[in-house]
Ligand binder design. Structure first.
Ligand code: G3H
Length: 247
């Protein structure tokens, strides 16, 4: 069975009431490829605003979630709160959280488990730094990040893996098609060996890092690239072209 193409838009800490409504408006008005699953991740404060205005069929993700139930955790949001707000996806382990907020593999894995246990699907972000790539450690790093998750969960059916080389994020320096395909294929082999043949066949592995309307078509032709996680370009009308990259 073919994997459904998946395009996520991570707004990061950008937007206002006015601009979020505007971006949602572009998406609502555009003719989007029906075969693509589209999920946008506005900042927490605007999740419900986006939910209220986004047309049916397009989905919303949180950019982060905590691994504990409701309680005394100032500044965090819980899986139950996402569900209560009809938010069915969350990003977990984005490299900005791993590096700036110092989230370790184990914590990312605990959040992944909490989300899945609570019925919220996960866009699990992994990726290597420039230093790690230059030291030829890319596969080692991404498989270590994945192993932390597979130590805690066995069902990968509600996970989309986002491979985002840190050196390509927000830099305009997109991974070459060969570099991206090579890592995606290695992730799929890892899934086959460490999880199951079914997980390897069915899990969407999407690419993130300076994806634009100019490079998305070429990247989308690769057999192991099942979509994109888009940062900067998801705030612009070009996001529609990226969603429609396979048309
Ligand atoms: O989550 C999205 C990625 O961090 C990519 O961001 O498209 O601005 O490079 P970017």
């Amino acid at each position: 069975m073919a994997r459904q193409f998946f395009v996520g838009g991570n707004f990061k800490m950008n937007g206002s009431v006015e601009t979020i409504k505007k971006i949602v408006g572009y998406l609502n008005d555009a003719k989007l490829d029906d075969n693509v699953e589209v999920v946008i991740a506005p900042p927490t404060l605007y999740l419900l605003l986006a939910r209220e205005h986004l047309k049916p069929g397009l989905q919303i993700a949180a950019q982060n979630v905590f691994d504990r139930p409701n309680g005394a955790f100032t500044g965090e949001i819980s899986v139950d709160q996402l569900k209560d707000s009809n938010i069915k996806w969350t990003l977990v382990g984005h490299s900005e959280r791993r590096t700036i907020l110092r989230e370790e593999d184990d914590f990312v894995a605990a959040k992944t488990k909490a989300a899945l246990d609570g019925g919220v699907s996960v866009i699990l972000c992994i990726g290597e730094s420039l230093e790690e790539r230059e030291a030829d450690k890319t596969i080692e790093v991404v498989t270590k990040q994945l192993k932390a998750v597979s130590d805690k969960i066995s069902d990968w059916s509600k996970i989309v893996i986002a491979y985002e080389p840190i050196w390509a994020i927000g830099t305009g320096k997109v991974a070459s098609i060969a570099q991206a395909q090579e890592v995606h294929a290695a992730i799929r082999s890892w899934l086959k060996k460490e999880v199951s043949e079914e997980a390897a066949e069915k899990t969407r592995i999407i690419y993130g890092g300076s994806v634009s309307e100019k490079n998305c078509k070429d990247l989308s032709t690769q057999s192991d690239i099942d979509g994109f996680l888009v940062g900067g370009a998801s705030l612009k009308p070009a996001f529609v072209d990226i969603i429609n990259s396979r048309l």
